[in-house]
Each structure stands twice: as C-alpha cells, then as structure tokens.
Ligand binder design. Sequence first.
Ligand SMILES: [Zn+2]
Ligand SMILES: [Zn+2]
Length: 347
Amino acid sequence: MKTTFFCKVINNPFNDPLLFVRFRRQGYAFIFDLGDFSALSVREVQKIVNVFVTHMHIDHFIGFDSLIRCLLGRETPVTIYGPEGIIEAVESKLKGFTWNLIKEYPLKVEVCELTQTEALKASFYAQEGFCRIDRPSLPRKVEILSYDGLSVQASSFDHGIPVLGYSLSEDFHINVNKALLDERGFSVGPWLNTLKAAIRSGDSAQEFVLNDRVYTLDELLCLVIITRGQKVSYITDISPIQGNIDKAIALAAGADALYIEAFFLEGDRDRAAKRNHLTTTLAGHIGRQAGVKVIEVVHVSPKYINAYSEVIGEVLAAFGGGGEKGKEEEERGGSASLSLQDAPGPL
Ligand SMILES: [Zn+2]
Ligand SMILES: [Zn+2]
C-alpha cells in the first residue's frame, strides 16, 4: 500500500537536525527543524512549503539562510511555524542582509509564532524588502494546520526555553483497489484524484463520467479501500521532567514513527537534567508508552560519537524493540561517525 508521505532524516544524529517530509501526490514537502541543509538538493528545498521549527538554538535554526537563499525566486510562499520569539528571530535574520536588489523577487515568508495562548502572525515579502508586516493574531490551538487531508499538531515543552514538538497526521488513507478497477473496465487517470478529493471533502454530489456513463460518488466507493491515516511525530530538545514526558506521550500516541532526541546516555542523566535534554531511556520510554511502531533517534550529543551503538541499545531496550529497524539505526550511526567535523556540542 502506497503511503501518502515519506520521511527522510537528512543528517546523522550528531549533526544539526532536519526531517524532510515529501508528499507523493501533492509534490510539496514539509520540514521539521532548520538544521544543516547541505545534504538536501535544490530541487528538494524548492518543494518546501511549511517549516516547523522546534526552537531557535543554533543547531535547529542554522539552515534558515540556506532556505531563503534557495526559495528567493519561487512564487509559492513558505510558512514558518515556531515557538515564542520566532517572528523576531526571522526578522533579525532577514535584517542581516541587504535587499535593495530583490524587489522583483516573488518570495513571501509567512511566520506563525505559537505561544501558550496565541498564534501570532507576521509576513515578510521580498517585494517589500522583507520588512515585517504584523498580522492579526488568533487563539492558540493544538491543531495548527489542516488541509489536503493532513493536519499538524503542536505541543509546547520546556527546554529551559519554550520548545515545540509536532505531529503530522493524515486523516485517513485512501487506496484504489486496482484489481477491481480492471475488473470494472475503468482505466487509471486524473479522475481518481478527483474521486479521492470528493471522498475527503464528503462531496456526495460529485459525479464522474466513465466509459460513457455517469456514476455518483456512492457508486464508486467500492473501488477504494479506506484505512487509518499515517502519523509521525517529531520531538527534540525537551527537559527530562514528568510534565514534558506526559505531553510527549500524548503528542506521539499511536504514531507510525517517532523522531526523537536521545541526547544523553542514561548514566549521564544528571547532565541531561542540567542541559534540559532527554536521555536514551526516556526517549525509548516515550516511544513505548505512546505505542509508536518505529522510533528513530535524530539528535545525540557529539560526545557519544564513538558510542552510538550504546545509545541505540539503551533506546531500544527501553522501547522494547530492536529487529531490523534497530540494526539499520546502528548501521546509520556507524557510517555517520566517519564524516563528522569537530563541531561544538549542540545547544
Ligand atoms: Zn539541539
Ligand atoms: Zn536546544
């Protein structure tokens, strides 16, 4: 069964995190965190329409310049979601460049700052020299975006500063029963996308002309199989405190994949508390309690660059998993450790 979207962890877990999510049908992409962009192709970056920033520590926001550089000539706007301070952070970044020659460029940057109570909004348009334009704010909701049968939920966490964790959910998944399609003599075509759109919007008045006959939506429902939608969660840089852990379990509940930090080994839990990060065991515990299918570690302290298998071992021991995914993780970390620069520890 074809998935609606697929996720690609762009960097090894010792580098600046970035999760790229590409939507097969729509062609666009979302990203979680603005870490190191260098491994993304220009083609991939140009598909990005929504950016979900956890917080503005340098390892999670350093890719902002690369994003803007790559999108300057694009007509489609980009929206950046982030925690308290994101509007000022974007404004400050944009003020760091001289924009006298870009007035003909079409790029529009929309920013949505999610505080405990409000969704503050601001726009920055190339044709206005990226001057800040404040927009009316809205009340803060858990669901921060919803369209095309997709939704994104954001929860606030404590990391010494406010941090956002995110879940991306598909409302339900529609697959065409190809065998039945053939049996009924219907050919594959754009009408199938119209059919899926009508199912999603509940537009029962929609009609379809197939093989010189008019069909109602109800008559064609037998051609599709509707199943539970995909869900992925992205949670990183949160203090190892009960309030955060409870919220992380709720946010990731039932996810197909949880992308999470495991910044410190369990033996370094005092340091984890001081630095406001999760330990390996807590990451695994969250995944287990949330009932996720797969757990993937996206952010690990560079001090463990030669102990990655130990990190993954502790996560999987707490998660109660292992198997193929665990082996893949170990392999990923093993090869990653060869290409690392001597970067300062993420914040
Ligand atoms: Zn970090
Ligand atoms: Zn941080």
